[in-house]
Design a binder for this molecule. Structure first.
Ligand SMILES: [Zn+2]
Ligand SMILES: [Zn+2]
Length: 915
């Protein structure tokens, strides 16, 4: 039966077909391992894309790297799990639905919470699967049967459980935090909902008297009304101007309150006076400085941005009215020392365009130190390893300076905080399920907290909640800790760090489910980590190394790239450019090159099939092709021994490279082997052995070719899964021994098959053949012309090597005959010298007279046309008057040159006797 492979390689159809097949056959489903299943495990969590997301090049890179690694592990016999899912993405999704409502003239506040949330679910049912559908097209070998959504009921229950346990551990508390506040909408709004713009404004310089001296410190502000809430003035420790004031106090004008002078990096000597006012209740940076120095937080405004009782005589004034009054009074009392024009960055409410006010509000926090302590220890001890290594240090620096984590968000879409407020006695009850009545006063008037949890809280729990925590599931036991996390630097702190903190907390005693409580100390810590390794991938930039952005218009849509070049070529490009720590300048011309690589493989497969079918027909029996196996490879000739050795070496290089996440080295090794050695040399060398005259040798050659081809497909499969699957199935006439090449064994290097002698000998023959090819190109010898060569070598082994392989050299270098000469060819033209031999291409200028005449006539025609043009311009008075002097000068010089060329061409034509 003939092997079936269409004449031309069309990735689109092939890829869609296999992507669907893999899903339909559930090939990448990781069953819960049975007791006693001791296969090595390899598990990987897909960083869950936002449910609102669309695939971008960063995802494509991330998923290519994960898919290469997981396919490689699967082929090595590991029980592999790649767990997919989507994130509910609180704010992004809520805003998406609000925008949709706006087009219908509706607002979420009018709908009410319950109806709005129902609307979000509806949106999610319709549109939430888009990004995973795109992933399916990429052929990502994830376990689709385990797909989760972070708001699924079981995951939501786990989130409540985690919150309650942290609360019971004494790690959750309520406290003040600074948020963006819209005085018109009367709500806190997230950073994403604030639109920033620069507007012209004023910078006011105010001087504060130093207590116990006649000195002043001058500070500057664009919002002078906030000075009423100042609780310190900061200077920088290295600022010489203020050395003598360290430890002193200033008197806050208008309020007559003594506030300390503190030393903090908030104050930069290079800016203005180098001193800044600190208002912890009304500025996010000041808020952090306030925490560092334990300063009081004095809130001087209410929820409508009117001044409150803390603003003393200004209480009741609207904020901008208060500003005018404060300025007036400061000026009167001699504290206002300067007013400058200044560009002010302001933030406006995305919905109502009101200027937002930073404001203190009560929020939920996680006391982070106990979690951070473990998260530092596991990285210091190497229980979690980073690639590139420097990210480990970046992580540790951040973790050592971490603040408590504000986990509440004033949104409707998300995991609602499992806390209930008693309307009667104000008690707050934290519970897994809604309590019936207040535990303190017995009142049934309980209302659930209106806030939801930060999205990163639930995604930080995913490595274990996605496997069934808090239940002691077999999956949790089998696949946790996961083996690897591949993600980008942008979410190192948001997500990676949180997963480590929460994993180490919840997956060690007393929270770890199951009977492992016996595990203690270091052992417990080591196995509590969410993943053993983290690979931080680089950015995908455009071909000019510019960051891709919508405003620059240089964003590449991976789906468009795939449609043009195929997924395999796109994946190969990303792998080939993935060197740890180096950004990728994605140039589609490279993808075009890898499309050609895929084409080369396709054509090689077709060549192989053509020969297999013919040899099979001639021999009347099927060569060992029904079940090609590189283990049956018969190394009969030098090229056989050589390619087998090269194959095993390549398998070794690829394995080592993937072990170290050197995707680029792995891709290069496969490319060089498959195209550079297997297609360009081996297949060319064995061609005579495939001819009908070769007889029985053809069967052996076919067996070798098929065995090697099959093994090479397996080597390539993790990077180019589609084309390898297609050809592999064709090799078995559609009846392969396994459902997919993805389940076949990955080639391992067998050092027994390394053949140094064969590699050295092949290197000499290749050197000779390439030398002759280069000489032919330099001498412009026509392709069809065979030429004799002379070889000089002092090494009899080389001479006999060349003699033994004379036919191959003659064929591949287009050589008529080979003569060995006894002296060096150093002085002759057309010579290439190498350390081992010299080679001379014997070639006398033999030319095709007719073709040369035609070329010369064309040349003459062109020259004469140019001469006519020059003469016409130089004879045109008008032109000469107008044209720049150097142009005219150029024409004058050019004419005689053209005339000389005309003469030379004419005499050559005569010499050759052209008509
Ligand atoms: Zn607003
Ligand atoms: Zn109560």
């Amino acid at each position: 039966m003939p092997h079936d492979l269409p004449k031309s390689y069309e990735p689109g159809a092939i890829e869609a077909r296999w992507a669907e097949y893999w899903i339909k056959e559930k090939l990448f489903h990781a069953p819960t391992p049975a007791e006693g299943d001791e296969r090595p495990r390899f598990s990987l969590l897909l960083p869950p894309p936002n449910v609102t997301g669309r695939l971008h090049m960063g995802h494509m890179l991330n998923q290519t790297q994960m898919d290469v690694i997981i396919r490689w592990h699967r082929m090595r016999g590991d029980l592999t799990l790649w767990l997919p899912g989507t994130d509910h993405a609180g704010i992004a999704t809520q805003m998406m639905v609000e925008r949709q409502l706006a087009t219908e003239g509706k607002k979420r506040q009018q709908m009410g919470r319950e109806a709005f949330i129902e609307r979000v679910w509806e949106w999610r049912r319709h549109y939430g699967g888009a990004i995973l559908d795109q992933m399916k097209r990429l052929g990502a070998s994830v376990d689709w049967d385990r797909e989760y959504f972070t708001m699924d009921e079981n995951l939501s229950r786990a989130v409540r459980e985690a919150f309650v346990r942290l609360y019971e551990d004494g790690l959750i508390y309520r406290g003040k935090y600074i948020v963006n506040w819209c005085p018109r909408c009367e709500t806190a709004i997230s950073d994403l909902e604030v639109k920033h713009e620069d507007v012209p404004g004023k910078l006011y310089e105010i001087r504060y008297p130093v207590v116990g001296s006649d000195e002043f410190i001058t500070v500057a502000t664009t919002r002078p009304e906030t000075m009423l809430g100042d609780t310190a003035v900061a200077v920088n420790e290295r600022d010489e101007r203020y050395k003598h004031l360290h430890g002193k106090k200033v008197l806050l004008p208008l309020m007559n309150r003594e506030i300390p002078i503190i030393l903090d990096d908030l104050a930069q000597p290079e800016f203005g006076t180098g001193a800044v006012k600190v208002t912890p209740a009304h500025d996010p940076n000041d808020f952090q400085a306030g925490l560092r120095h334990d300063l009081p937080q004095i809130d001087v405004m209410d929820e409508h941005a009117h001044m409150n009782e803390n603003a003393g005589p200004y209480a009741g004034l609207e904020r901008y009215e208060a500003r005018e009054r404060v300025l007036h009074d400061l000026r009167e009392q001699g504290f206002l020392v300067g007013v400058k024009d200044y560009t002010i960055p302001i933030g406006k409410c995305d919905r109502c365009k009101t200027i937002v006010e930073p404001r203190l509000s009560t929020q939920w926090f996680i006391k982070i130190q106990p979690l951070a302590k473990r998260a530092i220890e596991v990285v210091e001890k190497g229980y979690v390893r980073f690639t590139p290594e420097n990210y480990g240090q970046i992580y540790l620096n951040w973790m050592r300076n971490i603040y408590d984590w504000c986990i509440s968000r004033q949104l409707w879409w998300g995991h609602r905080i499992p806390a209930w407020h008693c309307a009667n006695c104000k008690e707050i009850l934290v519970a897994r399920e809604a309590p019936g009545k207040c535990t303190k006063c017995g009142s049934a008037r309980l209302e659930q907290d209106t806030d939801v949890l930060d999205t990163w809280f639930s995604s930080g729990l995913l490595p274990f909640t996605s496997l069934g925590w808090p239940e002691a599931t077999r999956d949790l036991e089998a696949f946790y800790p996961t083996s690897l996390l591949i993600t980008g630097f942008d979410i190192l702190f948001f997500w990676v760090a949180r997963m480590i903190m929460l994993g180490c907390w919840f997956m060690s005693p007393p929270h770890k489910p199951g009977g492992e409580a016996a595990q203690t100390g270091d052992e417990a810590l080591r196995d509590s980590v969410p993943f053993r390794e983290v690979y931080i991938h680089a950015l995908v930039r455009d071909a000019d190394r510019q960051k891709m952005s919508k405003t620059k218009g240089n964003v590449l849509d991976p789906i468009e790239v795939i449609e043009k070049y195929g997924t395999d070529a796109t994946r190969f490009t990303l792998a080939a450019m993935s060197s740890p720590g180096t950004d990728i300048a994605f140039n589609p011309s490279r993808t075009d090159g890898y499309r050609a690589f895929a084409n080369k493989i396709w054509n090689a497969a077709r060549f192989m099939f053509l020969n297999l079918d013919r040899v099979e027909a001639e021999a009347g029996e099927r060569p060992s092709l029904a079940d090609p196996d590189i283990a049956d490879f018969q190394a009969v000739t030098l090229e056989d021994r050589w390619i087998l050795s090269r194959f095993h070496r390549t398998a070794g290089v690829v394995g080592d490279a993937l072990e170290a996440y050197r995707f680029d080295d792995a891709a290069r090794a496969i490319y060089d082997f498959f195209w550079g050695e297997f297609c360009d040399w081996y297949i060319e060398l064995i061609k005579p052995r495939l001819t009908p005259e070769a007889g029985g040798a053809a069967l052996v050659a076919c067996g070798n070719l098929a065995g090697l081809f099959e093994a090479s497909l397996r080597l390539l499969h993790p990077v180019m899964p589609f084309i390898t699957e297609e050809i592999w199935h064709a090799m078995y006439d559609g009846k392969p021994p396994l459902k997919s090449i993805a389940l076949a064994a990955y080639p391992e290097a067998d050092v027994e098959q390394f053949d140094l002698a064969a590699e050295a000998e092949m290197a000499i023959l290749q050197d000779l053949i390439v030398s002759v090819r280069n000489l032919r190109a330099e001498l412009k010898i026509e392709n069809k012309l065979r030429v004799p060569i002379q070889v000089f070598t002092e090494d009899p082994a080389i001479r006999s090597l060349v003699e033994q392989n004379q036919g191959a050299v003659e064929r591949l270098a287009n050589v008529e005959s080979i003569t060995f000469v006894e002296s060096t060819l150093a002085k002759l033209p057309g010579v290439r010298h190498t350390a081992r031999f010299d080679v001379h291409v014997v070639y006398e200028q033999k030319i095709d007279v007719a073709a040369e005449c035609a070329r010369l006539r064309k040349e003459l025609e062109r020259v004469e046309k140019d001469i006519a043009g020059c003469r016409r311009q130089l004879g045109n008075e008008q032109f000469l008057a107008k044209a720049p002097a150097d142009v005219v000068e150029g024409l004058r010089r050019r004419l005689p040159e053209l005339e000389v060329l005309q003469e030379k061409t004419k005499s050559k034509l005569e010499e050759l006797g052209c008509k």
